[in-house]
Each structure stands twice: as C-alpha cells, then as structure tokens.
Design a protein around this ligand. Structure first.
Ligand SMILES: Cc1cc2nc3c(=O)[nH]c(=O)nc-3n(C[C@H](O)[C@H](O)[C@H](O)COP(=O)(O)OP(=O)(O)OC[C@H]3O[C@@H](n4cnc5c(N)ncnc54)[C@H](O)[C@@H]3O)c2cc1C
Length: 416
C-alpha cells in the first residue's frame, strides 16, 4: 500500500477500516542469504539497502523484542553532520543527505525536520574551537554558520545570556541539522524493507552462532536454528554480549543514557540547542514537550533505566541555560544502553569469522548515522569491501593506533 494524500482521504472516508499492516509478521525460514541480528534503526536500514541497492533477495532481520524497542525508539531525535575529523565528516554528511530524501524514498512520514542545530559558545577558546570546526565543515561542503551573541539572541531570546559563570558569547549553527521522529524511522525502514521482501522476525533472540572451520553457518535463536550465508550484527547496546557468544572480545563498553520529556507547552524552542559549558541538549517536539538529555550515567549496565544523580546533573545544565525551565513538569524519562567504543567512533567492519560482519560502537550519536550506517553496512556485506565513507571505521584502528577521537578524550569510553 502506497501512502499518499489520496489514500489518506479514501481511508478517512471509509472509517479507516482498510489500512493494511505496515509490514508482515514473518515466520522464520530455515535458510537466508543474509541474516541481520537486531531490528533497530541500523539493522532495518541495512536490510532495506541490501534489498534496494544491492538486489539481495533472501534477507531476514531478527529482533529479540519488537521493532523500535531499542535505542532507535529511545533517543532524543537529533540529527546533524557538524563533525570535525576527516574520517567522520563524509560519513555523517552522507547520512544527512539520505535523511533529506528519506521520506520520499521510503514513502513514509518520518517527520524529518531541518530546524537547525545551534551549539552555544561560552568562552574565547570555545569560539576558536567552533570556528575551526565550522571551517572544516565548510571545506567539506557541509553547511555551518558562526553567530555572534546578538544573532543568537535574536533566534532564541529566552536563554540566560548573562549567566555569571557561563555567559553566552555566540554559537555555531548547522541550519540543515534538526530532528527526526525516532520510532517512525524504524517503522519506515521496516515497511520499505518488507515491501522488498525482507522478513522481519520479531520476538526472535539470537542465542548462539554455528561456526564451522571459521565460517559462519547460521544462528541459534529462541525460534530455532536459522541458516545464513552471511550474518550482520547490529545490536547496539547488546554488542558485547552477542559478540561474546561468537567468541569475540570487542573494544566496546555498554553504558546507560537517559532522555527526558516535559509536559507539552506552546511553541518555544525553534531548533535544537546545545549548552556549550556543560552537557545539555534540548528541542521541542511537535506535541509541545521539551525533549532533552545530557551525559551518560557513567557506569556499565545493561538495564534500560537511569539514575537520579544524572537526572539532577542534566537539570542543572537546563537551569543554567534557561532558568524558566525549572517551572515545567517532567512527564517521562527513560534509559537506553549505549555501545560506547574506546575512541567514541563506530565500527563497520568484517570480523575474524568469515561471513560475520559488525556494525557497532555508535555511542550516543548513532541515530543521526542510521541511514549512512545502513547504506555502508549493506555495501560491506554485499561486496565484502568497505564503503569509502566508512573506510575509517575499521576495527584494526585500535591495534594500529589510528583513533578517530572526535571529542579528544582518549581511550575513555565513559567520557565520549
Ligand atoms: C536516551 C538516548 C538518547 C539518544 N539521543 C541521540 C540523538 O539525539 N542523536 C543521535 O544521533 N543518537 C542518539 N542516541 C543514540 C542512538 O539512539 C543509537 O546510537 C542508535 O539508535 C543505535 O542503533 P540502533 O537504532 O540500531 O539500536 P537499537 O534500536 O538499540 O537496535 C538494536 C536492536 O538489537 C536488538 N537485539 C539485541 N540483542 C539481540 C539478540 N541477541 N537477538 C536479536 N536482537 C537483539 C535489540 O532488542 C534492539 O532492538 C541516543 C540514545 C539514547 C538511549
């Protein structure tokens, strides 16, 4: 079923009784050419591009829970390509370009909203750093604008510009950045993949791998054995756990990140704003809720819930930036498990096991990467060679020392 203004009208006039399910509830078959483990954004996007771009016919996505139950449905929805390092810029900019055409490509309303991402500047040193970043972006054809205090004030007059410790001096704006409705991305890719014959199998946890003479043969699941020529892992926060079953030890730790949503208020925040003197980012959803977050909780965990000290820390950032936020009531809060790599950058690579491929290490920036990650992972799986935009995301960089440390923190996964 194609979605269009006509189909909306037709179904509205017939009491919405004829909408079809967005994707089939597939039963597992005994053998697939490619099995993707993990029905998050990255797994579903990979399956879609495998079918669409590479013409692979026999694909399954295995999801231990339901589609969208992981981080793809838990994040704060920010998309941007304001990166500095050469390994990252082309990849994230390609992702941004795919976001820009995504709804037409998938025939699905993912509420892509290029409302702009504004990073605030609070010191001279920070201005230098953002000027450098903005120049690097421009040199790579990515949009960026450096704003002074008055220009920022005109855009978002409600911020606390005269904060004694963290006065706002200006900002760096990426006008093409913004937000995308997170779970709609999972649903859109699931539906579009399904239309191209991808089997999406929910409630199907991978519990083991059959490996013979170093070659991947298939996966053991809670719904029985499934043979596979190739297996792609895209299980985000569960990466270490699932890779361990295959005998792999990875440079990844799992950490909790929380998100917060307030009660709905009238339109206030026109874009995405990040506080430069702490870690706090905020936007407003179309329903009116303020959606915000901050740092990871800082300890290893597989529990999808957060801790109160981090909530306090995030709210402190919010209060420093816009004190009137203290009057609003918090409506919802949740946590997700982040696959934090040692240098804060992802891995899209083959593994030492023939036929097993890895997509991981997204830290807390993997939502914006979803389209490009799926695109490049599909390329790797189909052609057995890395896509040029993901060429830097090799696992051996941790052995050779070629880190992609965007934040400059060193090998501290909890600080990236
Ligand atoms: C609170 C929060 C805020 C965030 N904010 C942003 C943001 O604003 N911008 C941004 O770019 N990124 C953000 N992120 C990060 C981003 O959401 C993740 O990096 C990204 O979603 C991870 O990829 P995914 O969508 O494939 O993961 P997931 O949706 O987690 O998909 C992995 C799937 O694998 C499944 N799985 C695990 N083990 C198995 C198994 N054994 N068998 C079968 N299936 C299995 C899981 O159930 C899950 O559905 C945020 C994350 C969180 C938690």
């Amino acid at each position: 079923m194609q979605y269009s203004a006509f189909s909306l009208l037709k179904n509205a006039l017939t009491g919405h009784r004829h909408w079809q399910p967005a994707w089939r509830d597939s039963e597992p078959r005994s053998q697939y050419d490619v099995v993707i483990v993990g029905g998050g954004g990255h797994g579903l996007a990979t399956a879609y591009y495998l079918a669409k771009v590479h013409g692979v016919k026999n694909i399954a996505v295995l999801e231990k829970s339901y589609i969208g139950s992981g981080n793809v449905g838990r994040n704060t929805t920010i998309v941007r390509s304001n990166y500095l390092l050469p390994g990252n810029i082309p990849f994230y900019e390609w992702s941004m370009k795919l976001w820009e055409g995504l709804e037409q490509d998938l025939n699905y309303n993912a509420m892509v909203s290029q409302r702009g991402v504004l990073n605030l500047i609070h010191s001279d040193t920070q201005r230098d750093a953002y000027a450098r970043r903005a120049n690097a972006m421009r040199l790579h054809g990515v949009d960026s604008v450096l704003l002074d205090k008055d220009e920022v004030r005109k855009m978002v007059p409600f911020l606390n510009y005269e904060n004694a410790r963290f006065p706002i001096q200006g900002g760096m704006l990426q006008p093409r950045g913004g937000t995308v409705r997170h779970d709609a991305v999972a649903w859109g890719y699931a539906r579009a993949g399904d239309q191209r014959g991808v089997d999406i199998i929910q409630n199907c946890e991978v519990t083991g791998f059959r490996i013979s003479n170093g070659k991947m043969m298939g996966v053991e699941t809670t719904r029985g054995y499934i043979g596979a020529g190739k297996v792609g892992l895209a299980v985000a926060g569960n990466t270490s756990r699932v890779a361990t079953i295959a005998g792999l030890r990875l440079p990844i730790e799992s950490h909790v990140l929380q998100a917060f949503v307030s009660e709905g208020i009238k339109p206030l925040i026109p874009n995405v704003i990040t506080f430069g003197a702490g870690h706090f980012y905020i936007s407003q959803s179309d329903k009116g809720g303020l959606v915000f977050g901050g740092d990871i909780d800082g300890y290893n965990s597989y529990a999808q819930r957060g801790n109160l000290p981090t909530l306090e820390d995030v709210c402190e950032g919010g209060m420093a930036l816009m004190p009137m936020i203290g009057r609003i009531r918090l409506l919802r809060q949740w946590g997700g498990i982040m696959d934090m790599s040692m240098d804060g950058s992802p891995i899209i690579d083959k593994t030492p096991i023939d036929g097993l491929y890895l997509n991981a290490g997204w830290c807390y920036g993997g939502f914006k990467a979803t389209p490009a990650s799926g695109w490049c992972f599909a390329h790797l799986i189909a052609r057995d060679s890395p896509h040029e935009f993901a060429a830097a995301y090799r696992m051996d960089r941790f052995r050779t020392g070629h880190m992609i440390d965007e934040k400059g923190q060193g090998a501290q996964p909890n600080l990236h």
